[in-house]
Ligand binder design. Structure first.
Ligand code: NIG
Length: 402
């Protein structure tokens, strides 16, 4: 098994030079955010300098990437890594023409409850390691396949060991044997109390077959009152209230966004709620692609995430998600890279320093040193050569992770 254990922290400074094309994604650089013949210096886990290689300061060590392209590590702001079991049969049925049904979540819930702690921990660690090997340097993951107090608590603890940000998704599906109203009471009550020490965010699947807008509001308000940031799974299976609710409650993101009205798009554009699109999920469910192009054109902030989960998107491959956003959703390579780095950081409210932690998602002095070097001379190769193993090196928090 690949592990996600981090090597010892490097001491001293490290110069990464010979970068043929550097997508800094730094908003402060405006139109000048792409540098050529570039370098950067990493020290104490942070970026200490960014600029043209011929102006680089001396450092204790140097790595020459020989003309390759580099960009910030991916910020994957939407995954469901804490699960056991396999739903390839459901996937095959879908490819044969069946629609995606939220009820499949119950199948994974049963399999997850059957897995012992060590097995579940190893499965999550393996998925997180796979994400890191694909250039992901900042990762969110969720509970949501436990759906009882002890199982959601176990999921939150295990998630917190593997991910940078953890989201409480007790409101993923109403489990068998309990009414929706009683389950919402539990999600807003003792289940929330149990998980709160381990999570930063709360989410709700606001969709037909899952939670109504009224139930979703109750969950979100209770979680907000408990001090959690909010996110919403919304507008995945049809038009609905998910986006409106997310915007009204000031959620950091609303994720999926496949079925948006003009009003939803305008509401997102006029808000700080990030529209997170999940290209691999859209392909795996054969859903209409989320309208990322229209969202950007309207002025909304867009994030791209993998949505790794066993039902609708069994992948952590952000390179693939970015390629799909370019090839199928009409984004430019730069727009897609921005959405999968800075956009993800904005969806997690981590694009500025907070609580003594550096910003992530773009390459600027003082930010976390999360760097993804491609085995290609330019980032356009991400879409030009989709599916190719382009991740060549990764620095995570200043440490060489690959
Ligand atoms: O993001 N939409 C809800 N949750 C997951 C799917 C979960 C499942 O089917 O297991 C998603 O697509």
């Amino acid at each position: 098994m690949i592990t996600r254990e981090k090597p010892e922290r490097n001491t001293g400074s490290e110069l990464v030079t010979g970068i043929g094309e550097l997508l800094t994604v730094d908003p402060a650089r405006g139109e000048e955010s792409v540098l050529h013949d570039a370098a950067l210096v990493v020290e104490d886990g942070l970026i200490a300098w960014v600029g043209h290689a011929d102006q680089a300061p001396a450092a204790d060590r140097a790595v020459d990437v020989e003309g390759r392209a580099a960009l910030p590590g991916w910020v994957d702001s939407h995954t469901h890594l804490v699960f056991a079991g396999d739903r390839s049969g459901e996937f095959a049925a879908r490819m044969a023409g069946q629609d995606y049904q939220a009820g499949g979540i119950g199948v994974t819930t049963r399999a997850t409850r059957e897995a012992d702690d060590q097995t579940l921990r190893e499965l999550v660690a393996e998925r997180a390691a796979g994400a890191a090997a694909g250039g992901t340097t900042y990762l969110e993951t969720k509970t949501g396949y436990g759906l009882t107090v002890p199982e959601e608590l176990r999921a939150a603890r295990i998630a917190a060991e593997a991910a940078d940000e953890v989201t409480y998704l007790g409101a993923h599906l109403v489990p068998e044997g309990i009414t929706a109203e009683d389950y919402v009471d539990l999600v807003c009550g003792s289940m929330l109390d149990a998980v709160v020490p381990f999570v930063q965010w709360a989410d709700v699947f606001c969709e037909r077959g899952a939670f109504t807008p009224e139930q979703s509001r109750r969950v979100l308000e209770a979680c907000r009152d408990a001090g959690l940031g909010l996110r919403v799974h919304g507008n995945q299976l049809g038009h609905g209230q998910g986006v409106a609710l997310a915007v009204e409650l000031g959620a950091a993101s609303v994720d999926h966004c496949n079925f948006l009205s003009d009003h939803d798009i305008a509401a997102l554009a006029g808000s700080a709620t990030v529209a997170t699109v999940l290209p691999a999920c859209d392909l795996s469910t054969r859903a209409p692609l989320a309208p990322a192009r229209q969202l950007l054109d309207a002025g909304a902030t867009v994030a791209i995430a993998s949505n790794c989960n066993p039902g609708t998107s069994y992948t952590t491959a952000m390179n693939f998600c970015v390629a799909t956003a370019v090839l199928q959703m009409g984004l430019s390579v730069e727009e897609a890279v921005r959405a999968a780095t800075l956009g993800g950081a904005q969806a997690l409210r981590r694009d500025a320093p907070s609580d003594g932690r550096p910003a992530v998602g773009y390459l600027a002095v003082g930010n976390r040193a999360d760097l993804h070097v491609l085995d290609a001379p330019s980032a356009v190769h991400l879409a030009y050569r989709p599916g190719m193993p382009l991740t060549w090196a990764v620095w995570q928090e200043g440490r060489r992770a690959l």
